[in-house]
Design a protein around this ligand. Structure first.
Ligand SMILES: [Zn+2]
Length: 252
C-alpha cells in the first residue's frame, strides 16, 4: 500500500508552497481546528465541549488576542490541545505589501512564542486567503501553511444543524482537517453540528488528533508535538501551599 501523503489546496502554487488541507491514504484520524481565538466566552465554551467529549484539537490563535488572554492559551495547552498561529492582526494578507505580510506573520508567531515558550510550526492565513508572497513569507518564518478540507461553519451557516451534520459526514474522510471557530458567532454552530455528527464519526473509527499528530503520519514530516505534561507545565499553588499542575488548576 502506498504511504500516506499530504493533500494540498487547489491553488496553483506547486506543492511545496501550498497549504496542506488533509492527509490521504493514512490512518483513521482527523484534526479538528478552531480559528480566531482566544476570545473568553467562545473559547471557554469550546474547551468545555472538547473536554466533555474527550477530543484533542488545534487552535489557530490570533496574536493580538492571545496577548490579551494568555491564560486561555495556557488552558488550551494544559488540556492537551495544540496552539498554532493565525497572524497578529487577522487582516487579509494578499492585498497588502510584502513587508506587511511578513511582519504580520512573524509578529503573530513571536506573540505565541512569548506566551507558550514554544515557536509555532503551522500557520493558517486569515480566511484561508494566500498568494505566492504569503506562501514565501510563511516559509521565511519557518512555518507551514495549513488549510482545511471540511469547513464546518460554511456547512452550518443558516442550516438546520441536522443537515449540516449530514453534510459534514458526507465530506469527512480519514485524514481530514476540519475548520471551526472559537469566536462568538461560530462556536455555537460548531458545537451543535459536531454534537450531532460525533456518534457516526466514532462509529467509523475516526479519532481526533492534533494537526502535528495527523501530519506526522506522512513520511518526511516532523514528529508530532508532544502535549504539555504535568511535569513540564508551570505549576500553580493552592492557598494551602500544595503544588499542582496547571492542567488541574487552570480555569478553562
Ligand atoms: Zn480567521
Amino acid at each position: 500500500m502506498p504511504p500516506p501523503r499530504l493533500a494540498f489546496s487547489p491553488a496553483h502554487l506547486g506543492d511545496r508552497n501550498n497549504a496542506i488541507v488533509a492527509v490521504r491514504g493514512g490512518p483513521r484520524k482527523i484534526a479538528l481546528t478552531f480559528d480566531d481565538g482566544p476570545l473568553p466566552s467562545a473559547t471557554r465554551r469550546i474547551l468545555a465541549f472538547l473536554r466533555a467529549n474527550d477530543i484533542r484539537a488545534t487552535f489557530f490563535a490570533v496574536g493580538r488576542r492571545l496577548e490579551r488572554h494568555p491564560d486561555l492559551v495556557r488552558s488550551e495547552l494544559a488540556a492537551g490541545h495544540e496552539v498554532q498561529t493565525h497572524t497578529w492582526s487577522h487582516d487579509l494578507l494578499p492585498p497588502r505589501p510584502a513587508a506587511e505580510i511578513r511582519e504580520d506573520i512573524q509578529r503573530g508567531a513571536r506573540a505565541l512564542r512569548r506566551v507558550t515558550g514554544r515557536a509555532p510550526r503551522y500557520f493558517r492565513p486569515p480566511h484561508g486567503f494566500f498568494d505566492r508572497r504569503v506562501s514565501s513569507a510563511t516559509a521565511a518564518a519557518g512555518l507551514r501553511m495549513v488549510g482545511w478540507d471540511v469547513p464546518i461553519d460554511r456547512l452550518a451557516f443558516g442550516r438546520d444543524p441536522r443537515i449540516a451534520a449530514r453534510m459534514l459526514l458526507d465530506q469527512v474522510r480519514p485524514g481530514s482537517i476540519l475548520l471551526a471557530h472559537d469566536a462568538p458567532n461560530g462556536a455555537g454552530r460548531a458545537i451543535s453540528t459536531l454534537t450531532l455528527a460525533l456518534p457516526e464519526l466514532r462509529r467509523r473509527g475516526l479519532t481526533f488528533v492534533t494537526v502535528s499528530e495527523l501530519l506526522s503520519s506522512v513520511p518526511g514530516q516532523p514528529p508530532a508535538i508532544a502535549s504539555r505534561s504535568s511535569t513540564d507545565a508551570p505549576s500553580c499553588r493552592r492557598p494551602q501551599g500544595r503544588q499542582i499542575s496547571t492542567a488541574r488548576c487552570a480555569r478553562p
